[in-house]
Design a protein around this ligand. Sequence first.
Ligand SMILES: Nc1ncnc2c1ncn2[C@@H]1O[C@H](COP(=O)(O)OP(=O)(O)OP(=O)(O)O)[C@@H](O)[C@H]1O
Ligand SMILES: [Mg+2]
Length: 310
Amino acid sequence: MSPSIEARQLSKSYGQFAALTKLDLKIQGTKCVGFLGPNGAGKTTTMKILAGLIRATEGTALINGVDVAKDKRGALASCSTLIETPEIYPSLTPKEALSMLCEIRGVPRGERNKRIDEALARVKMSEWENKKVGGFSKGMKQRVNVASTLLSDPEVIILDEPSTGLDPRGMSEVRDIVMSLKDRLVFMSSHLLAEVTEVCQEVAMIDHGKLLVYDTIENVTGKFAGGGNAVEIGFAGGVDEPLRLRVSKLQGVSSATRSNDRHLIVKFDHAAVTQDKLLELVAGLKAGALTFAPASGLEDAYLSLIKETL
Ligand SMILES: Nc1ncnc2c1ncn2[C@@H]1O[C@H](COP(=O)(O)OP(=O)(O)OP(=O)(O)O)[C@@H](O)[C@H]1O
Ligand SMILES: [Mg+2]
């Protein structure tokens, strides 16, 4: 089977400036893949080429094995993208805006209402379907935008920074929607490493137009996060010094640092203790551990990878 998303030696230059250099990437399966990299790294450029919005200078972009440059319609038949989305016209309702998009995208007339209802339900905007978009918050508008990517029932969804510019509530709404799309491939750029850790199973990191790594989050953090892994553990009753000490003495733990009143960043040696074993050990302390996420590990890996290429 062809990869869902594939870049072969993909390059893009603007005059003398190389925005993307020989990018090779193959993504397959149903999962969420985070696309990370500093400002100007080439994320949007890559996504625009995949979406057929701009042409690569060299190389090939394929969606489900179809070359985007040669057969854009065929390549994008099962792929939706959300890249630099224009504002929805404020006097339209979500239903009207999505109906127009169905028409533009050639969704069969008989299926339109069903698709629109399903898409709006997925982003929890059904009750707002007949209200004017002009009065919506940014988060609600973005939910309608995400709904617009679902109209064609795509297998592959490409989202360029879907939660940027949203308040914490808006971000969490978008995060929940992306997590509900587990039955598809979502390729999503983001600067929010905590979000990526929560939502994605794999990450691709890019800098100066070159791919640095593409792997599972666990492998990326294992390989690049300062020689070990780091997890952030939240405790219901907060973290005091005796608790921090108890955690720091667990098997394989190299350091335990308070990140705030309720959280500890725990670095551990992957060879001495696996992440699931560490979770068991922390639970065994019966200290009210509530959350356990490999958040700062990705941050650590990101910083060491990006630093290396400065
Ligand atoms: N139309 C253009 N003309 C000239 N240079 C461009 C053009 N579009 C993008 N670039 C340059 O290409 C590089 C990559 O840009 P791109 O938008 O892909 O980065 P990005 O990874 O999406 O960054 P950000 O995180 O800020 O969104 C940047 O240096 C940018 O200035
Ligand atoms: Mg960008």
